[in-house]
Design a protein around this ligand. Sequence first.
Ligand SMILES: *[C@@H]1O[C@H](CO)[C@@H](O)[C@H](O)[C@H]1NC(C)=O
Ligand SMILES: *[C@@H]1O[C@H](CO)[C@@H](O)[C@H](O)[C@H]1NC(C)=O
Ligand SMILES: [Ca+2]
Length: 436
Amino acid sequence: MLLFRAKSLLYTKSLLLFFISSTLAYSLPSLDISCSPDPEFGQYCPTTCGIADYLQKYKPEADRELSFLENTLNQISNLTTGAHEKGIYIKESSLSGRKSAPQEVYLRKSNTMLEDILRFEKSIISQESQMYELQDLLRANDQRMVQLKQMAAQLEQRCQEPCKDTVTIQEITGKDCQEVANKGAKVSGLYFIKPTNAKQPFLVYCEIDINGNGWTVIQKRQDGSVNFTKNWIQYREGFGYLSPTGNSEFWLGNEKIHLLSTQASVPYILRMELKDWNGQTKNADYAMFKVGPEADMYRLTYAYYFGGDAGDAFDGHDFGEDPSDKYFTSHNGMQFSTPDTDNDKYLGNCAQQDGSGWWMNRCHAAHLNGKYYQSGVYTAEDAQPTGFDNGIIWVTWHDRWYSLKETTMKVIPINRINVAGGQQHGVKDFGGLGDI
Ligand SMILES: *[C@@H]1O[C@H](CO)[C@@H](O)[C@H](O)[C@H]1NC(C)=O
Ligand SMILES: *[C@@H]1O[C@H](CO)[C@@H](O)[C@H](O)[C@H]1NC(C)=O
Ligand SMILES: [Ca+2]
């Protein structure tokens, strides 16, 4: 009975853990998946860190319940030990009784029997009170079980409600969105992709156009709804939300961007798609875009500016303050920095000053993870306490005291660009052999 109870409690514990951890199942490529269920998430899929933040909210409660159970189990085990010790005591004393002084056999036998009977009676009385204690405990356990069941039911219900607001995750997969499009995907939306060296598939937003181009989107800004002041781990894992309609802000995550961009035999174009507060859009493309491994601090490299009408801000900019301005605001070859991990070329900490994660030099001429300012122009006053240009910047289009309204960073295999269908502005011809 005791054993059974203990077992069933442990079973509940593992069930509960399973239940909690099963909300992480979204990262697996099963096909009947819907996004996580919370009003805060709405129709959006939280990225890895989004899930972590969410679970963090339930963890204290679950921890409390579990430690209560643990304590109860300890008490039961302590009481059982007590009973066991009593048993040993009885046995030993009856043994020593038998060994004691040689007397008349019958008398000895009857005395011993009498003593045993008395001892057993005593022991039964004490066992009985222990039984009562155990019964109380079991009753308390039953109550906790009921409460836990209620809690599980509540959690389940919370999960089910927004699950009606299901997010469609498309079935086709591939090593990137282009492969997904090549396999026949026609609509933009959420897909699982698995780059060559990725251990697991992960969710991305694919932008697929009528020409069969499949862009994998790695960053999106559009309304300032997501705070981009995050630490190294959050930038590594990704944060914000992925939405099936593509209208949510996120950073896909450096590890995923690394896996995606370094797949053997697929040179990528990185496109920056920018929109200002007048609704005008421009873009900048970079060829052979790659993000290195974490061991190399997710270093950014590309071969050359491929084209676009927004200008080559990644090459740095001469702000007219110092001859080395351009050199020290270029981005090719820079490692990634976050407020808590300074890999920049500056004595201070650019990422901390600007409150963002980016390939900082000393510091930047392009800064798409910057702070979201609600109306273009901002001042050093607005950028307090540090007063540095920390907006969403692309200086070869608007100056550094102008923060853009919308940005998208997305990648596509380079050989798709010449068939992109009239979307290009001033793009170099690329297609024939040896054409560059
Ligand atoms: C069980 O016994 C151990 C050692 O005797 C003691 O440290 C612990 O507090 C006891 N636990 C409970 C729940 O009574
Ligand atoms: C963004 O997050 C950072 C770090 O958690 C915090 O210090 C800052 O106040 C947040 N900004 C806004 C506008 O919420
Ligand atoms: Ca530094």
